[in-house]
Design a binder for this molecule. Structure first.
Ligand SMILES: C[S@@+](CC[C@H](N)C(=O)[O-])C[C@H]1O[C@@H](n2cnc3c(N)ncnc32)[C@H](O)[C@@H]1O
Length: 207
């Protein structure tokens, strides 16, 4: 997985530009309503979503596997702490966070890693804290494409393995971690004109 993302960020740079996703804007509103200010962003990328929170006065910490993505974040003025490594090595510190926002990352992990990652996130969340995960959905047009790996998991491009959730698997994987809501969303692809929306699931957990 490191190789896939490292070479994409190295070759393509800030490939999704810097406009935050609609989901990040929704999460910002939610976190503000809940008076959440200190957050963790695992799968930080080069910070296109993190910047929204930083610009709104949040204290942000990231975790990112690709050094090239971290270099891009730095080159674009993002100065918050970003731990370089895999979420499978969490925790990187003893901090507890009021909120965790994870956009399009958990579905890149295998079953055991997803389970351990959720458990690690939950442990680093304060009581009453919120975690939001934006995850791949079986309703997405890419579901079933590429090489079949195991139930609902496909290698959709060389080195890019994705697990696609439905409402049953969301319930199964997130209900032990305080899941309070799961909704289907359609995320506009803002960086490509005329591109169709991507179907994802928006999962909220509360400790
Ligand atoms: C689909 S991208 C989303 C990036 C970012 N959340 C955004 O929306 O701009 C997935 C990100 O997760 C990172 N990533 C993949 N596997 C990871 C892992 N095991 N630990 C930490 N980061 C990982 C990738 O390098 C990439 O930056």
């Amino acid at each position: 997985m490191t190789g896939y993302w490292e070479s994409r960020f190295k070759n393509e740079g800030a490939m999704w530009k810097f406009e935050p996703s609609d989901s990040a804007i929704r999460v910002l509103r939610l976190f503000k309503c809940e008076k959440i200010n200190e957050i963790l962003i695992p799968g930080f990328g080069y910070g296109r979503n993190a910047r929204l929170f930083l610009d709104n006065g949040f204290k942000v910490t990231g975790i990112e596997i690709s050094q090239s993505a971290i270099d891009l974040a730095r080159a674009n003025g993002i100065g918050c702490t970003i731990h370089h490594g895999s979420v499978t090595s969490m925790p990187f510190n003893k901090e507890k966070y009021e909120g965790i926002f994870c956009y399009a990352m958990i579905h890149l992990l295998n079953k055991r890693e997803r389970h351990n990652f959720l458990s690690s996130c939950y442990k680093q969340l304060i009581k009453n804290g919120l975690m939001v995960f934006i995850v791949a959905s079986k309703e997405a047009s890419l579901f079933g494409s590429g090489k079949y790996l195991s139930k609902d998991r496909y290698e959709i491009a060389k080195g890019l393995k994705v697990y696609f959730y439905d409402s049953d698997s969301v319930l199964k994987e997130f209900s032990n971690y305080g899941m309070i809501e799961c909704k289907d969303i359609e995320e506009p692809v803002k960086f490509v004109e005329g591109e169709e929306t991507v179907k994802l699931k928006f999962v909220i957990c509360k400790k």
